[in-house]
Design a binder for this molecule. Structure first.
Ligand SMILES: Nc1nc2c(c(=O)[nH]1)N[C@H]1C(S)=C(S)[C@@H](COP(=O)(O)O)O[C@H]1N2
Ligand SMILES: [Mo]
Length: 319
């Protein structure tokens, strides 16, 4: 297999210190090259075979708080059964198509009500943040769920560093929208790009993270590489993938699913077994890999941590 050298590291320049600080960038670039090569060289490979091509191990991942001790879903389930409509609407489409996504170089634009609007290279955006493993349940609005060992860092730490103005009440996230890489955006299921948002106090909650990996390795593209949101007490569609823009605002963001169908998808989207989707019950769910359905828990089981964010709110009205 041909793996080209990371373009931004000249070996003659590398001192131990600068090697250490650039290591993450290097590994990310090597991973991107390896995944690209694996995809190119797997003859008629299935999506899953492509998805399981070599991905880089993330260095220095420490154990984070809030982990569940439930049985993890397999890597094959987590990377083979996805919602990522930019790559197709069937659960196996993202694994088959997302190798087309080029995740380096990658820029994140930060704007709106923030002290210094700026664009950041993904690796310098990630670099200040120590990586943690967070094992979370993900509950899809379609009533299936998984347990996923994410690698990421608190969104709160990112927001503190970006320094929004006191007038910022919400944070909005936007996914890449590129028809050349994403065949699904030619299909008008949503008003692209995919947009999601949180109230600032929700975004500052220590459970909310930005993820860059899973199972200790760089995120497979179909799971939202190079960086995606994970908000475990909300339905999975809040956890927006492949983010290119973070905007601070004083208005509630117009989120993609809410714009598409406000009756079915609210802004809050907290997991709530007592409020049914107009077309199906939310009382139970099927954990991938299990036969019997299980009861869905309020706030996906994270109520002790997050219920106070919504005290005094009618969660039937603010679904
Ligand atoms: N950009 C984008 N982000 C997205 C989606 C999508 O279609 N596009 N699907 C959402 C939905 S419905 C779910 S359940 C989760 C699935 O995340 P996973 O594939 O990593 O399990 O991603 C969410 N983020
Ligand atoms: Mo979902």
């Amino acid at each position: 297999m041909l793996i080209r050298k990371a373009p931004d590291v000249r070996y003659s320049e590398v001192t131990p210190k600068s090697f250490y600080v650039r290591r993450r960038e290097f590994i990310a670039a090597a991973a991107a090259a390896a995944v690209g090569a694996a995809a190119a060289f797997s003859p008629a490979g299935t999506g899953r075979a492509r998805a399981q091509g070599a991905r880089a191990k993330l260095p220095n991942v420490r154990k984070g708080p809030f982990g569940t001790d439930e049985k993890l879903n397999s890597f094959a389930d987590i990377s083979g059964y996805n919602n990522y409509y930019e790559f197709g609407a069937d659960k196996d489409d993202p694994a088959r198509n997302a190798h087309r996504l080029v995740t380096r170089p990658w820029t994140i634009r930060v704007d709106g009500l923030v002290k210094s609007p700026a664009s950041y290279d993904i690796d310098s955006f990630i670099k200040p943040h120590p990586l943690e493993e967070r094992i979370y349940r993900l509950r899809c609005v379609e009533a299936w769920s998984m347990v996923i060992p994410w690698v990421g860092f608190p969104l709160a730490d990112v927001i503190k560093r970006l320094d929004p103005l006191p007038s910022a009440r919400f944070v909005e996230f936007t996914t890449l929208n590129d028809a050349k890489q994403m065949p699904g955006v030619r299909v008008p299921v949503l008003d692209w790009p995919y947009v999601e948002g949180l109230r600032i106090d929700e975004a500052m909650h220590p459970l909310a993270i930005l993820a860059v990996g899973l199972y200790g390795e760089v995120l497979p593209n179909q799971n939202g590489s190079p960086i995606r949101l994970v908000v475990p007490w909300k339905y999975g569609f809040k956890s927006i993938k492949s983010i290119v823009r973070i905007r601070f605002t004083d208005q509630q963001p117009r989120t993609a699913w809410n714009v598409a169908n406000a009756r079915e998808y609210g802004f809050y989207s907290n997991v709530n077994p007592t409020v049914d989707h107009p077309r199906w019950s939310q009382a139970t769910e099927r954990r991938l890999g299990e036969f019997f359905r299980r009861k869905t828990l309020m706030f996906n089981g994270y109520g002790d941590q997050v219920a106070s964010l919504y005290s005094g709110m009618d969660l039937r009205k603010y679904y």
